[in-house]
Design a protein around this ligand. Structure first.
Ligand code: FES
Ligand SMILES: [Fe+2]
Length: 413
């Protein structure tokens, strides 16, 4: 067993101890100290939305894909989700590079395919050709462009690979500054991600799940189990306890898990017999928009699923880019079929339950008068955390404790 795998096992065992202590009633659940209130406008205000687009999506390192999605030298894939056309390539030396996918001649898209393998890219407008390191290597009828080639390579954007995750930023920064920024952003979450050994993950299936709601409203559904009993009555609630959760914060990131119902049998069994490796699945939040799920809606199965949430131009438009991976590679047709089925099962729940109510709830919030609020309960601790971090990042007031709500409103609560 690798050092990372041993650490993963030990961390899962510790989470299992905390879950069983809650199941026994000897330990309280990991809840927030109190409820918190936020103005509904946080989800609907176009001015705030513009600030989030700029700060959180253009000027922050974002997870573009896993390392396995750029499997070898020459692998490339487009990354347009942040609102700027970008192409990410793995060069001959194995390093990941990113470029603005806009031709330096007159602006056409250089790379048209969603993904592939190539060491040169030729623009489909007039045929300018660029190498995998962005340099301009060919101009048809070049006599007509004498003196123009200098400085006409593709515009580089910062990219860095950490623990099997590829981070890209849609605004320029020096490679050194960006590497330091990614390391500072990950902080003490880095070892928690490293132990997952994401470098070995191989993609099985992907898709885009649109939702007519604010991106934060969609993201909230990945942060609380409070909605399992009512919204997921027939899909998740039969398998998971919503009131028993282990929640850990790592700077702006977090990790949360809920007790699978079969774990109640552990209360009568010695700890060595607990199957923590397959029963503990985590929902990791990588700031600002990525959910990395290492479990399944069926207890006892562990896959790697990325949910990357990207806002549209308006506050009520979101697309979730979802991709599922075999954690240590695809080994058989049966395994591939099983993981494809897991993708479909989770997508069904997300689209038909979470996003159905997200669209309804967001549209309702948009009709409320100025000053109307929503409230996050103690058990919605991860949701409170999302909103505190987003508010801090763009410099607006964070959700506030319920004790500070004006007396008349508090009395009605
Ligand atoms: S715009 Fe690309 S070659 Fe002219
Ligand atoms: Fe849900």
């Amino acid at each position: 067993m690798s050092v990372a795998a041993e650490r993963l096992h030990a961390t899962k065992r510790e989470a299992a101890r905390r879950l069983t202590a809650q199941l026994r009633g000897t330990s309280p659940p990991d809840w927030a100290p109190g409820p918190a209130v936020q103005e509904a406008a946080a989800y609907t205000d176009p001015v705030r939305h513009a600030a989030e687009l700029k700060t959180l999506f253009r000027e922050t390192p974002l997870v573009a894909c896993l390392s396995g999605d750029l499997a070898g030298p020459g692998s490339f894939r487009r990354f347009d989700e942040a609102g700027v056309p970008i192409v990410i390539v793995r060069n001959r030396q194995g390093a990941v590079r990113a470029f603005v996918n806009i031709c330096s001649h007159r602006g056409a898209r250089v790379v048209e395919e969603a993904q592939g393998n190539a060491h040169r890219f030729t623009c489909h407008f007039h045929g300018w050709t660029f190498g995998a390191d962005g340099q301009l290597v060919g101009i048809p009828q070049k006599d007509g462009f004498a003196g123009c080639a200098q400085g006409r390579g593709l515009t580089p954007l910062p990219a860095a690979e950490r623990h099997g995750l590829v981070f890209v930023q849609a605004t320029p920064a020096s490679p050194q500054d960006f590497a330091a920024r990614v390391d500072a952003l990950l902080g003490n979450f880095a070892p928690e991600l490293a132990m997952l050994e994401l470098e070995g993950a191989e993609q099985v299936k992907n898709g885009v799940l649109p939702v007519a709601a604010n991106w934060k409203y969609a993201l909230d559904t990945y942060g609380e189990g409070y909605h399992f009993a009512a919204l997921h009555r027939d899909t998740i609630a039969p398998h998971f306890r919503a009131d028993v959760q282990v929640y850990d914060r790592f700077g702006p990131h977090h990790r949360v898990t809920w007790a699978a119902k079969p774990m109640t049998a552990w209360l009568d069994q010695p700890e060595v017999s607990w199957d923590v490796d397959s029963m503990i699945g985590w929902v990791h939040f990588i700031f600002p928009n990525t959910i990395l799920f290492t479990g399944s809606v069926q207890p006892g199965r562990g896959y790697i699923t990325l949910f990357r949430h990207f806002p549209g131009a308006a506050p009520g438009e979101t697309k979730t880019y979802k991709s599922i991976y075999a954690p240590a590679g695809i080994h058989s047709d049966e395994q591939r079929a099983e993981i494809e089925a897991a993708f479909d099962a989770t997508a069904y729940v997300v689209v038909n339950e979470d996003y159905m109510v997200a669209a309804e709830g967001w549209a309702n919030l948009a009709t409320l008068p100025a000053g109307a609020t929503v409230v996050y309960g103690r058990q919605e601790v991860a949701v409170q955390h999302f909103h505190m971090e987003f508010a801090a990042a763009i410099g607006v007031p964070a959700p506030w404790p319920v004790e500070s709500v004006p007396a008349t409103e508090a009395a009605a609560a």
